[in-house]
Design a protein around this ligand. Sequence first.
Ligand SMILES: [Zn+2]
Ligand SMILES: [Zn+2]
Length: 311
Amino acid sequence: MLAPYFPRGGAVLALVWLALTTVAHAETQVVLLGTGNPPADPDRSGPATAIVVNGTPYLVDFGAGVVRRAKSAVVERGVAALDPVKLRVVFLTHLHSDHTVGYPDLILTPWVLGRRVPLEVYGPRGIRHMTEHVLEAYSADFETRKKDRGLFSVGAFPEGHAVNAHEIEPGIIYKDANVTVTAFATPHAMESYGYRFETADRSIVISGDTNPAQATIDACRGCDVLIHEVLTHEWLAKRPDFQAYAARFHTTTTQLTELAKQAKPGLLILYHASLSLRPAVDAERSSPARLLQEMSGYPGHVVVGRDLDVY
Ligand SMILES: [Zn+2]
Ligand SMILES: [Zn+2]
């Protein structure tokens, strides 16, 4: 951005301009709550990403640990918007368990802590069915807590554990004063969506689980941030049992390099990767250095996303 020219009282005006633009740029934050996938990795929670706009959080996916990671973002990163009671609007990429096992946690824990309004969940066909069954599974909890109206005000706000599940189709699926969210279909093992978030100051695209897709390139096209899944060749070579599945439903470092060259994001964040931060957790998986090495043909800015990173 070019600084405007301030002819008189320039220093003061320039400082005001700098302060205003700095605040403006800080309006939208990407907070990586969980960058892992199915393995029970203590360093990487299940997939969950927060887009925070003007103090309002929007989540994508609810993998294992989602609510505790949100609280960690408050305590360790100072992102007050991610206090669990504020988690209210959520977008689901697909129904695979690594993206959804945090669902009861997301419904129940913020309510028990004081959320007073229903959770709004947007996702593929089947999210209503899953929601009905999760609510049914926890009916003993709801009924018991609702009886005690004095307990953390939980009983006084029974709608705080309600869920409005919206089954979506590609296109604009959500809009409020902060953000417009567009869903695009992605090729994966089941009905799946990627999402583009458009705010006053940033455009952010998140892939979900997917084979390389023209839809992802089209959704980004010079977006500020692209968050994309990826598998290393190093790991795939050790997992012949997974290769055919991965070739249809996931993305290799080579494929992502080519995709990102066309999508041209300002920043590419790698997540849901065949990665391990410590060999003691999983020696088969690749290190962050190896992952970046396999992405070295990509000329743009690329980082390995870690839980609780803020961008
Ligand atoms: Zn996954
Ligand atoms: Zn999946």
